[in-house]
Design a protein. Sequence first.
Length: 217
Amino acid sequence: MVSAVTPETLALEPEAVAPTLDLDPAVIEGSPTLQRWLNEVPDVADEIRHQPSFRTRLRVGYAQFPSTGQVGGFGAAVEDVFVVPGTGLAASVDYSRSWNGQRESYGGEARYYLLPLGGYFNLAPTVGYRSLSTPAYQTDGLDVGLRLMLVPSRGGGADLALSQRWVAPGSENEVGITSLAIGYAVTRQLRIGTDFQRQNSRFGQDSRVGVSLELLL
């Protein structure tokens, strides 16, 4: 049975705290979470409300465009930079281009996550600007949409993002973009990411797939 720990005990070294908790001192020394709880009991409810379960990510990788003759290219992005820490307001920018220049996409958007940031599920309306170029058409303008985040492993270990957005909505050049991105951590700071994207317009349909290396910031 674990004994009650007094504030005086919490200030002691692991060797002194371990007998009280019936633990090996090495367990305390090897557990940052346990050390944190011994120093101060965190406000878990506040953390769930204000500390994101997913982290800012810098992504660089290879892109392929199946609808444009399977041509290859590259993509880069910075995802979910929290503009005001502790709130749901975040910003993202991205760029992708085929090697032959026939496909290009770039833009930026603001996202506002509506639910507690530390949860396993979140939803965000998005608004920004985007420019698209394909062999069949070019368009740019207002970019509005909705983003769904699923976070089975908090802290950047793994997450899935599904988004639907519209570029130049209401115009004859309107383009709908459906995107799915999945990331999985291989170290504390690095992840492997995959993404799939489909563009729909009155001029036709286009697609893109990508594999990337993500740095967690």
